[in-house]
Design a protein around this ligand. Structure first.
Ligand code: SF4
Length: 289
């Protein structure tokens, strides 16, 4: 787990800014302690970090840090003013009891395409072996760093050979994103709910809501366009282009900028419609509910 210490030493870094996903909070003090033991000064970032699209080089530099340790996310390609060391983080979980119990839901498919997020890459390997022992042919979604590993904002469904798609992980974000791109059945082996979920219903629900929101936008007189200044989520050019387009259709438009957006921060404004131009995860999970 602590291999990254050598990398930080090679950089000659003295003070480290630590970014990590919320799910890792319970282990951060232990990691911080180890870094301090190795002679580094450290600053733990307490703002949420949802992905490697969010590299806080400006903030880190302001606090006198000369490197960032970005835990639990693969390099997104964000250019940073100071070096960033990315550390994989895998959650050790056994998906096989769920698969054994729920297998009949996917039993009829011969070729199964697997996909997951970084934390569950090792869980996906266990699923692969188990399904191969049941004579299933296993293929993968075109991945990021690892085979089958996807990012919610970069889903690229290129694999047409599958009879169905199976996600290993938690939440709706990744399987729903893929369900919207393919006609193939998409399932999620949900490690929290401990069952296999078919995403057809979710997809229909989402598409209906989307149509409803698009209609509301057509009728809206005052519109807010929500943007974010995180490096990898900054879509300000597109936001201004959309603003002009909406204004040409007679609407009053305001651009609202956030670090991390939440419903609470928007309370008090008066808008008929909001358009989110940042991480697609936010639109899907929090605001189309
Ligand atoms: S933009 Fe959203 S989905 Fe993409 S890496 Fe960032 S947090 Fe993840």
């Amino acid at each position: 787990m602590f291999d990254f210490i050598e990398e930080l030493k090679k950089l000659n870094a003295k003070r480290i800014f630590i970014q990590y996903p919320e799910g890792l909070k319970l282990r951060i003090q232990e990691i911080d302690q180890e870094l301090q033991k190795q002679g580094f000064e450290t600053v733990i970032c307490c703002e949420p970090t949802f992905g490697a699209c969010d590299v806080r080089d400006f903030e880190a530099e302001r606090l006198g840090c000369d490197a960032i340790l970005h835990i639990g996310h693969s390099d997104f390609g964000v250019k940073s003013k100071i070096p960033v060391v990315y550390v994989d983080y895998f959650i050790d979980v056994d998906p096989l009891p769920i698969l054994e119990k729920e297998f009949e839901k996917i039993e009829k498919y011969k070729t199964i395409c697997l996909f997951t997020s970084l934390q569950y890459v090792s869980a996906m390997k266990k699923v692969k072996e188990w399904l191969e022992n049941k004579n299933k042919k296993i293929i993968f979604v075109k991945g990021e760093k690892y085979e089958g590993q996807i990012l919610g904002c970069r889903i690229d469904f290129a694999n047409k050979a599958a009879d169905c798609m199976l996600y290993i992980g938690t939440g709706k974000f990744h399987p729903l994103g893929l369900a919207l791109l393919t006609e193939k059945p998409v399932f999620s082996l949900d490690l929290e709910q401990k069952k296999i979920v078919n995403f057809e219903k979710e997809k229909m629900k989402y598409l209906k809501k989307k149509i409803w929101y698009e209609e509301k936008l057509k009728e809206a007189k005052t519109v807010g366009i929500v943007v974010c200044w995180k490096h990898g989520q900054n879509r300000i050019k597109e936001a201004f282009a959309l603003k002009r387009q909406l204004e040409n259709n007679g609407k009053k438009v305001h651009i609202l900028a956030f670090d991390t957006v939440s419903k609470e921060k928007i309370l008090g404004f008066k808008f008929d419609s909001l358009v989110y131009m940042l991480c697609p995860r936010i639109t899907d999970e929090d605001f189309l509910e």
